[in-house]
Design a protein around this ligand. Structure first.
Ligand code: IPD
Length: 252
């Protein structure tokens, strides 16, 4: 692995250990809106990541809690993705860290400490889960497609309801597990056939984009326009589903 890769893995592991300690006494929970929450751990972990990157590389950071803007070389961090799961004491949450150069993800690392799952991808070097190579499903399971659908109040709920109706009408199962980053990682690991969301922020998907691509999957052109500040729709899947899914989602 590159020096950057080693650095990112050590950092998400350090952040994960801190998050688990902080989860023991959760502290204040802030509501950014009635369905979007933030804990003291979100702030503390983003601060830790920013400090470590500043000390080692002195490069700009875009993060969920303290923001940031576009830059030609940019670290993108979600300190805790799946915050609602973290608050509720379930295991499906993670730290997501990506390094993006000229709107191309070069490194993506996702660590789910409570599940002990570490996902790593470096451009051109494949994708790994806990050090084992991973691949998208290829629909090799022989069952119908399972599509995870994320949602947020950033888009009208009716649009998500209509999307789910179209998926079912096209003979696809849907799931919702509450972490966009891990939804993408599960596509890369072949555990879901697709992840779709009508709008998602860059810190939720930057690392996952490279995981899916390096695991042989397809992703839409997410890193276009003002992706760093405005986000975009996301669609990612095993290649066998690409055309069928695009007809249902309209995301190409
Ligand atoms: C959210 C989760 C969720 C996705 C939302 C995100 P957070 O991030 O990834 O699964 O559907 O779009 O905002 O609040 O848990 O960091």
């Amino acid at each position: 692995m590159s020096d950057q890769g080693d650095f990112a893995v050590a950092l998400v592991r350090e952040a994960g250990a801190l998050a688990r300690r902080m989860r023991e006494s959760l502290g204040a929970v802030d509501a950014k809106d009635p369905l979007d929450f933030c804990t003291e751990a979100d702030h503390r972990i983003e601060q830790l990541v920013r400090e470590r990157i500043a000390a080692r590389f002195n490069e700009p950071v875009l993060g969920e809690e303290a923001g940031g803007g576009p830059a030609s070389r940019l670290w993108v961090v979600d300190p805790i993705d799946g915050t609602v799961n973290f608050i509720h004491g379930t295991s499906r949450w993670c730290i997501s860290l990506a390094f993006v150069v000229e709107s191309r993800v070069e490194l993506g690392v996702i660590f789910a400490p409570a599940e002990q799952r570490l996902f790593v991808a470096e451009r051109g070097s494949g994708a790994r889960l806990n050090d084992a190579p991973m691949r998208v499903s290829g629909m090799a399971h022989g069952a119908g497609p399972v599509v995870e659908v994320g949602w947020s109040s950033r888009r009208p709920i009716g649009a998500y309801a209509a999307l789910i109706e179209r998926l079912i009408g096209a003979d696809m199962e849907f799931r919702r597990h509450g972490s966009g980053a891990l939804g993408m990682a599960d596509v890369a690991a072949g555990l879901n056939d697709a992840y779709v969301e009508l709008h998602i922020n860059a810190w939720d998907v930057a690392a996952g984009l490279l995981l899916v691509q390096e695991a042989g999957g397809w992703t839409n052109d997410y890193l276009r326009g003002d992706w760093a500040t405005q986000g975009n729709p996301i669609s990612a899947c095993t290649p066998e589903l690409q055309d069928r899914l695009a007809k249902v989602t309209g995301i190409a």
